[in-house]
Design a protein around this ligand. Sequence first.
Ligand code: AMP
Length: 402
Amino acid sequence: MAKVMAVNAGSSSLKYKLYEMPEEKVLCSGNVERIGHEDGIFGIKFGDQSIKETLPIYDHAKGVELVLEALIKYGIVKSLDEIECVGHRVVQGGKYFSHSAEFDEKNAAIIESLTPLDPLHAPAHITGWKAFKAALPNVPAIAVFDTAYHQTMEPEDYLYPIPYEMSEKYDCRRYGAHGTSHNYLADTAIAHYFGGKAEGTRILSCHIGSGASLCAIKDGKCVATTMGLTPLGGVMMGTRTGDLDPSVMDYLCTCTGKNVDEMYDIFNKKSGLLGVSGISNDTRDIEDAALKGNERAILTSKLFARRVADFIGQYYVRLGKIDLMIFSAGIGENSAYFREMILKDVEEALGLKIDYELNAKIRGKEAVISKDGSAIKVIILPTDEEVMIARDCMKRIENGSI
Ligand code: AMP
């Protein structure tokens, strides 16, 4: 038995989950929010308890200190020595990491060097790693990359049609994201629906949350994914555009007088569901408004569904067929309205037979929503990125590589 900590450090937050492995039992979980603020929030859940405190949390080091103190204070561990590994989620591993790796000085330098590809997250990952390293100097750490699962793509799937020298010199290509989630969904689906045998399976994984991406998976390996150089690419999202004609940038800068940085910020933070609807980035608000007849909310829903449907069609061709389609993440797991809208866009072409009454009832749990005779089995499957991090930690403990 081993206790391992899965960590997801953001610029002002630090999510954590402590596992007892290999049982995958969650001993506690929580979130430190508003790091850098006088009114920081420390949260922890264990057993049937859920505790939240508001206090000054000026940096990640303080956040980590609060987490570790709480583990002792609430009797979750007797001693911090019980923690055998800390696994950190890292968004961008560039071309360097096709698997998780030890988070040591050498790899930290590589992760830091990838900051231009992920200015939003990379500095936070390094800060989170440093904070845990300072608090638990003898505990090994590993980095689990969102991009690693997509490293099996072929050049014709990941290259952009720009001058080849530029792709090479600047490592400018599709990396994808959400790989840890797609990997979890594929592994779980293969275990639950294909008797654990990956060979011959063709799976389409739709991770649709505030960030959204699709992944075409053949024999358990990624062959194509929608996110690109950064998580801005692919389908429309909560606040992000997804794929655009690159001329949109130039044209709108000319029209508005804004510079590239300002427009890039709009594409990342003020577009997608929020930008089109003018209402919210949350599907619950869009759905409410659409059901009350708000025209723009209806248009937003249709646009969102169409962008996902277009990629489903593309990936059907890329895979040659699809055996199983998965809906996951905040919207995919919870929004019957958006699932139905997407499925209605593709059902005729793909020969789907969906039980829409059942679809309407399912929220946040695994279920098959296609009927017998559907050309593709369609399921809802909750994702779990943290358990993948814990599993990667455990693999390394078991094989003695950390
Ligand atoms: P995620 O990024 O995976 O946590 O997904 C968050 C998004 O999922 C939210 O912004 C909502 O758009 C959507 N969402 C979460 N819960 C629900 C729900 N109960 N019903 C509809 N949409 C939901």
